[in-house]
Design a protein. Sequence first.
Length: 381
Amino acid sequence: MANKRHSYSYPTRIEYGPGAMKDLTAIVKESGLKKGLIVTDNGIVKVGLADQLKGYFNETGIETVIFSDVKSNPTEENVMDGTQVYKDEKCDFIVGLGGGSPLDTGKTIKVMATHDGPLAKYDDMKGGDKYIKDNMPPFYAIATTAGTGSEVGRSSVITIDKTKTIIFSPFMMPDIAVLDPTITLSLPAKLTAATGIDAFVHNLEAYIMEVFHPMADGMAKEAMEMCVKWLNTAVTKGDDVVARGNMLMASAMGATAFQKGLGLNHAIAHALGALFDIHHGLANAIVLTEVMRYNMTRETTKERYASLGSIFDVENDAVQVIEAIEKWVEELGMNVKLSSLGITEADLEAIEKYAIGDPCYPLNPKVAEKGDVVKILKNTL
Ligand SMILES: [Fe+2]
């Protein structure tokens, strides 16, 4: 609230625009660094992007090693394997190249390069942030998807023993975030839609969070408008640099805004990711409007939803906004039912149990009670 003390931290250096990825290599060269670990995934390797980056570094005389053993929901094992490569190869900096998974993995390798294990020691829910010191190698984050905004975030989500664990420290903020729309042009339509919805939900959940942060609120509202204006084009016309650029920026804005926190939508999405390996963006899309219907029973949240009317060209009315979002999700082909992914009513309690333990759950403005998540999920079966 406006009469309380807050500590704000707006993010990091951002290099935006076509050619920004290549330009990063010159910036790294100027810093005097010698050998880098490129943390990426097999999909990025397959489309040739990892080799392209390696080639740019080669041109500047900097050696790099590619580590691509990163799952879509990255695990402790992925982090520790990458850390071993970093140490064995005597690297002195790390570049994350990818969507949220490689960027979160890279960020966490940065921690484990100079900190003792086990990784669980740094679990943010258990106060692990206090053990993370500012003695880590430089980390540069190149986003290849417009969704997680991990490139401007100070935390990572890593699965430790089947539990999604948040590792957080202000020192984990990437030294430079690279937003180069030209490297996102080949992202398939489905993935573009799923990651784009993730970006939208970040902004939406940040926007309804009852924390006094008008800077973040303004950013979140603008970014939601950008998502609604540009995501359909990015999906249907993947080579549109302007649409891709707007979505990359909206994604970075979302991750900046969600310093305020994320809520129930993400708590459930994390459960669906951890228990059923459902893509994070898709998981968010599946429950989006049902979570909104649930949340709007809280008056302050309903008012926030209503204030988004102009973005969807409807009245400032929460129900109309939710209906417009439903239609939009359908246009994007993200109106998937949980049953089509093999989930049955018998699974819902386990999903709720997981969601209740998720760090985003207690932050939701409407305080959820036992059984509420099951009810929400039933409507998405
Ligand atoms: Fe997300």
